[in-house]
Design a protein around this ligand. Structure first.
Ligand SMILES: Nc1ncnc2c1ncn2[C@@H]1O[C@H](COP(=O)(O)OP(=O)(O)O)[C@@H](O)[C@H]1O
Ligand SMILES: [Mg+2]
Length: 322
């Protein structure tokens, strides 16, 4: 083992599984984030939890910190397009954010036909989004222009496809708000694709959450352009692999999904298999690789008790109620 491998292995025992701060605000525990509400602001703690098929499977060393760093870059490189929710980053795993009334829609933007949309298209079921696609697309083919395939945010279980017309008809958003949000999502995607391209990657598809702050200003919230909410492919091998009908080289959670499906036949039903240290460390490597590619510099892992560091930084930032 080299020094890096030894350090990564040592961190297996120190991952941030969850937090339980009593005086940080009202806690909502998402799949990946522990979200504390303090009036108009949120303290979002990105833990090391990893999920696939909407199921939390365990923790990956350094994942929370890497994800938070990548979201920071995503927000910084898009702030001229739309305001975002970031107020401060008092710890590598934390964002203090403006709390928004989130639209009940996930704005999924896709540049290519792949994943779940490809599976729907193959069985003639891509109509749920209310858009008609050309009839002879091939798997992983680029659309002439990116498309929006919104889903409703399910409280429980999986998100459901919805058409733009249905969003308005069901009163989920006004036509005007939807138009504005859609334009923002597409503009963000264009920027995300350009950023990815300048780093040798293709931003294939991603998901945005948008909402209004107490002043009624539109903001992009949650996380953006991270490998958790996006699919990235390696740009240099795209064309060749596409021509040959081969799977694309991925930079995202598909790695974990592939491990779950191929090794364990697991697709989200029943009790999930336990993650081995081997797959956990492999995923740390993938997240580190993603960090290097998307931020332009290497992630420097430190062996440390993330929870203890976090508590100290939150304390120093004066975020606990006294
Ligand atoms: N600025 C914000 N205002 C309101 N809600 C937010 C904001 N940023 C993120 N959220 C919500 O906080 C949660 C983040 O936790 P996460 O673990 O990602 O949850 P999930 O399991 O729903 O993906 C999500 O429900 C997201 O919609
Ligand atoms: Mg989330």
């Amino acid at each position: 083992m080299d020094a890096l491998e030894t350090d990564l292995a040592a961190q297996l025992a120190h991952t941030l599984q969850q937090t339980n701060f009593a005086n940080l605000g009202t806690l909502y525990r998402g799949k990946v984030r522990d979200v504390y509400r303090q009036g108009d602001r949120l303290i979002l703690v990105t833990t090391d939890r990893v999920s696939a098929f909407d199921v939390v499977l365990g923790t990956i060393p350094h994942k929370g910190q890497i994800l938070n760093a990548m979201a920071k870059v995503g927000f910084e490189t898009t702030q001229d397009i739309v305001k975002n929710h970031v107020l401060s980053i008092p710890d590598p795993n934390v964002v203090v954010a403006t709390r928004c009334e989130a639209y009940p829609i996930e704005f999924v933007v896709r540049g290519y036909i792949t994943g779940s949309l490809w599976r729907d298209y193959e069985r003639g079921a891509a109509g749920a989004y209310g858009i008609s696609l050309p009839s002879s697309l091939r798997k992983d083919q680029a659309f002439r222009a990116p498309i929006l395939t919104p889903t409703t945010k399910a409280q429980h279980g999986h998100d459901q496809p919805i058409s733009m017309a249905a969003i308005v008809e069901q009163g989920l958003m006004s036509a005007q708000a939807l138009e504005e949000a859609s334009a923002v999502a597409l503009a963000l995607f264009e920027r995300g694709q350009a950023h990815a391209a300048s780093h040798g990657l293709i931003l294939v598809d991603t998901k945005y959450e948008l909402g209004l702050d107490t002043e009624g200003t539109l903001r992009v919230i949650d996380e953006i352009h991270t490998p958790d909410c996006s699919r990235y492919w390696m740009a240099d091998t795209y064309a060749e692999r596409f021509e040959r009908g081969e799977a694309q080289a991925m930079l995202d959670k598909e790695n974990l999904r592939a491990w779950l499906i191929d090794t364990h036949g697991y697709r989200g039903d029943g009790p999930p298999p336990a993650l081995t240290d081997e797959i956990r460390l492999l995923l740390t490597r993938r997240y580190m690789d993603a960090h290097l590619r998307l931020t332009g510099h290497a992630f420097k892992p430190e062996v440390q008790d993330v929870g203890a560091r976090l508590a100290k930084n939150l304390e120093n930032a004066g975020l606990f109620a006294s």
